[in-house]
Design a protein around this ligand. Structure first.
Ligand SMILES: [Zn+2]
Length: 323
């Protein structure tokens, strides 16, 4: 979450649904059958590897956000999952329809909003591909009052991106009802198990509860994490420590999703990570460098690197260059 104050002020503005069934059908992936370790080769061998960024917040303060993003997308060969405040849903949907290889629309909703279920239904009818980033919740993520939203996401087979771990403080001189403890990665385990058709994606790898995040990812095929936020900066002098956290590469202690080996034979634990920047458009390229530094420090195999930087999300989202 890069700019929560400005993003959150848009929450709760419901509007009329615009239904675009043909488009939404075309771009709705089939997550139920997703297998990150299957041995499907690249569908487009000649296509350079595309980066898929799970964590790009729509910036309503930048009137040129879409054109700036498209330019960056061309330069970096990047597809952005754009986390879109409800009030901006039509703007981003229209851009995604025009540029489906570059913009994937995700709906940013407030789980505590009284009309959140209605908002989620509308986003689905419009053709949105998932939800995120969930954050600033009033109760822990596994509170039953949030289940109606998860039930819908489960029915839709959606990806849902949850903030996990430490969260910034927006107000220093007045009370605020915000607590990192409600967004611990351990809560994602229950959501993933109760709602197995949701792909549960935790942002920030639980910072600093990396071990819990990784262990939950290990036993739950539908759980993944991004490494956006301060983690890769904080850990830059000890990136190899991530080998102790994602420790189960090439061991028998793997969840069933690793039983099928990847084309180059790796069963890397790091395949549970996906690329996410959460750093503004200007900050995406530096985060790409940070991910590569992590790969080098941990000796992440080539195939796993490709899956992390775009292959896994391409396959989940049904993009043409999924590999
Ligand atoms: Zn976040």
């Amino acid at each position: 979450m890069s700019n929560p104050v400005s993003r959150r002020k848009f929450l709760g503005h419901a509007g009329a649904a615009a239904t675009l069934p043909s488009w939404s059908t075309l771009f709705r992936g089939n997550l139920q059958n997703f297998d990150p370790s299957s041995t499907r080769p690249s569908e487009s061998p000649g296509t350079p590897d595309r980066i898929v960024d799970m964590h790009v917040h729509f910036d309503e303060k930048n009137p040129n956000f879409i054109s700036d993003l498209l330019r960056l997308s061309d330069r970096l060969n990047l597809t952005a999952c754009v986390l879109t405040p409800f009030a901006n849903r039509k703007t981003v949907l229209d851009a995604a329809k025009q540029h489906p290889a570059q913009i994937i629309p995700f709906g940013f909703v407030d789980l505590d909003a009284p009309d959140v279920v209605k908002q989620v239904e509308e986003l689905h009818a419009m053709g949105y591909r998932g939800l995120g980033e969930m954050e600033f919740v009033k109760k822990p993520y596994n509170d039953p009052s949030y289940f109606p939203v998860y039930e819908l996401a489960n029915r839709y087979g959606w990806i849902v991106l949850f903030h996990t771990g430490i969260v910034l403080r927006r107000k220093f001189d007045e009370p605020e009802d915000v607590a990192s403890g409600r967004m611990r990665p351990i809560y994602l385990e229950e959501i993933a198990r109760r709602f197995p058709k949701i792909t549960v994606l935790g942002a920030h790898c639980g910072n600093p509860e990396y071990e819990w995040a990784a262990e939950i990812a290990r036993w739950n095929p539908n759980v993944f994490f991004d490494l956006s936020g301060s983690t890769l900066t904080k850990m830059q002098a000890r990136l190899a420590d991530f080998q102790k956290i994602f420790w189960w590469s090439n061991t028998e202690w793997q969840s069933p999703e690793w039983k099928v080996k990847t084309p180059d034979g790796d069963t890397s634990a790091f395949i549970k990570i996906v690329f996410g920047s959460d750093n503004g458009l200007d900050g995406i390229a530096p985060v790409i460098k940070q991910y590569h530094a992590l790969f080098d420090a941990c000796g992440v195999p080539e195939h796993a690197r490709k899956m992390i930087m775009g292959g896994t999300l391409s396959r989940m989202l049904g993009l043409s260059d999924g590999r």
